[in-house]
Design a protein around this ligand. Structure first.
Ligand code: HEM
Length: 135
């Protein structure tokens, strides 16, 4: 499977979970888990969907194993971080190691993405727009 397909599918799952979480916060009036909700939506929905768009625009990179590794690491890191931050902000100190490990995972994933972007941009590999037929 392509990295972009995994990104798009995981992103819509994350945003549905994030929105339900937001509704639960709003209905209950307990906003203490708000930082976890915000991170889940911004890492799991916004960032992941943006990765998917970049990979979809670069078909050679989209099929590369390193792109799939980057997306997989991001997905696992997002879940671990959201659980950890959620626990910490609802008074469970046991969540701290999860928040820390999840944060390091998404940082490592972003460093890998940055490396892929620099390598791809400098190599001048064909992008989707470059291969599209002229009107
Ligand atoms: C059904 C959809 C959603 C509901 C019901 C919802 C609900 C909430 C609630 C109740 C808060 C706490 C506000 C506060 O305590 O000040 C919040 C905060 C937040 N939400 Fe959502 N949310 C939803 C979707 C989203 C989405 C899709 C995103 C991002 C793409 C998002 C990003 C954020 C952020 C960044 C904050 C923190 C805002 C701040 O720092 O004041 N939310 N949301």
């Amino acid at each position: 499977m392509k990295a972009s397909s995994v990104s798009f599918q995981a992103a819509v799952v994350f945003v549905i979970v994030g929105m339900v979480w937001g509704l639960i916060m709003a209905i209950s009036g307990d906003h203490s888990a708000m930082p976890a909700h915000a991170h889940l939506n911004l890492l799991g929905w916004v960032s992941l969907f943006l990765f998917g768009i970049y990979y979809r625009l670069h078909p050679l990179l989209d099929r590369h194993r390193s792109a799939m590794t980057q997306v997989g690491l991001w997905i696992v890191g997002t879940v671990v971080q959201a659980v950890g931050v959620g626990l910490v902000h609802t008074g469970h100190e046991s969540g701290e190691p999860f928040a820390a490990v999840g944060s390091l995972m998404v940082l490592a994933s972003m460093l890998l993405f940055a490396w892929l972007v620099f390598r791809n941009e400098r190599a001048g590999l064909p992008s989707h727009s470059a291969t599209a037929p002229a009107e």
